[in-house]
Write a protein that binds this ligand. Sequence first.
Ligand SMILES: Cc1cc2nc3c(=O)[nH]c(=O)nc-3n(C[C@H](O)[C@H](O)[C@H](O)COP(=O)(O)OP(=O)(O)OC[C@H]3O[C@@H](n4cnc5c(N)ncnc54)[C@H](O)[C@@H]3O)c2cc1C
Length: 390
Amino acid sequence: MRTTNKLQGTMNFEFTEEQIAVRDAARDFAQNVLKHGVIERDTHQRFPADEIKQLGELGFMGMMIDPNYGGSGMDTVSYVLAMEELSKVDASASVVVSVNNSLVCWGLDKYGSVEQKQKYLVPLAKGEKIGAFCLSEPEAGSDATSQRTTAEDKGDYYLLNGTKNWITNGGSASTYLVIAQTHPEKGHRGINCLIVERGMEGFMVGAKEDKLGIRGSDTHTIMFQDVKVPKENRIGEDGFGFKFAMSTLSGGRIGIAAQALGIASGAYELALAYSKERQAFGKPIHEHQAIAFKLADMATEIEAARLLCLKAAQVKDAGENFDLESSMAKLFASRVAMATTIEAVQIHGGYGFVKEYHVERLMRDAKITQIYEGTSEIQKIVISRALLKD
Ligand SMILES: Cc1cc2nc3c(=O)[nH]c(=O)nc-3n(C[C@H](O)[C@H](O)[C@H](O)COP(=O)(O)OP(=O)(O)OC[C@H]3O[C@@H](n4cnc5c(N)ncnc54)[C@H](O)[C@@H]3O)c2cc1C
């Protein structure tokens, strides 16, 4: 299936028994465990600590990691299926899963040394510890090349100074992958990624952000003041940090695309069920064509988003470059999440505007999928550059 000459490969529409089992396990967990207390966690901005621990025990925190390093050895398609199911119910829990799996564990597995994997990856992949990915700064969001955090080379250690903001799992993590500038004269080729442990002297966690959505997730500013990070905690060669960040973010986008897909399909399922229950003018509201057509649009767009997510996952699993596919999946699925959740609130009428019916939370949660791990505008830059490259 070739849609443009820049997109690759054929697509397999059949899931394996293992992929179906993973999806069903994630669905059971979401419906039976995550659903309980999701409104309260959102209201009080409470991190789902127990739920994340259980997800770790079930193998969902290091899904794509080699079992020799504590992971579950699953493929990216399974990851997408699980992320959709978890996100239908609790996008705050699913972002913790996504960051740990794709921004932290996957990056360590692909680019870390054997020693780094043994020390840091094993507990992260088992879900015994939680990881965070620290790229964004007050003055470096979309323009991630303008890093002001510095990692000064002091011989056998780096001296780390600076501030990172918007860090998911910021208050709950133990292991932080921190992007910092070592050789400013080399621009982005002078950037490194260091593994930083919570508790290192000079490491500080700032106040928790009070957010519009994904309120159960834990977003903080992180500060480093003369933190001594051993040289062996640098990932890859000197100056590899920016490439590391871009590569892990490309994989992360598949997770966020699947999160957006789950938010959309969760809202759609609630709206569909409600449209059968709610009566207006003597009949269920879905018998009014205006409502039925909304459902038709929602279902069609969700299916298209699902196909883009699965395509990106399959290209990644095939070992091909998946930058274009992951950006397309994130751009489209996040747009669908926003549009679908707005319509789901509309279908619920006044009931959609209150917490009890869940769709208002899904609408608030949808917005972040157009912002983090590269805004929609940045995805269009990635996509158009790939399309226009000779
Ligand atoms: C809840 C939450 C969790 C997050 N988690 C993490 C995390 O765990 N780790 C981490 O490192 N970061 C994290 N982020 C940061 C997130 O990735 C950034 O917010 C995002 O990349 C955008 O950066 P910015 O906020 O500085 O916006 P800016 O870069 O200032 O962008 C502002 C606007 O300008 C647009 N824009 C910027 N440049 C261009 C351009 N060249 N062309 C067209 N439009 C452009 C943007 O699309 C946007 O609409 C998180 C953010 C939030 C809100």
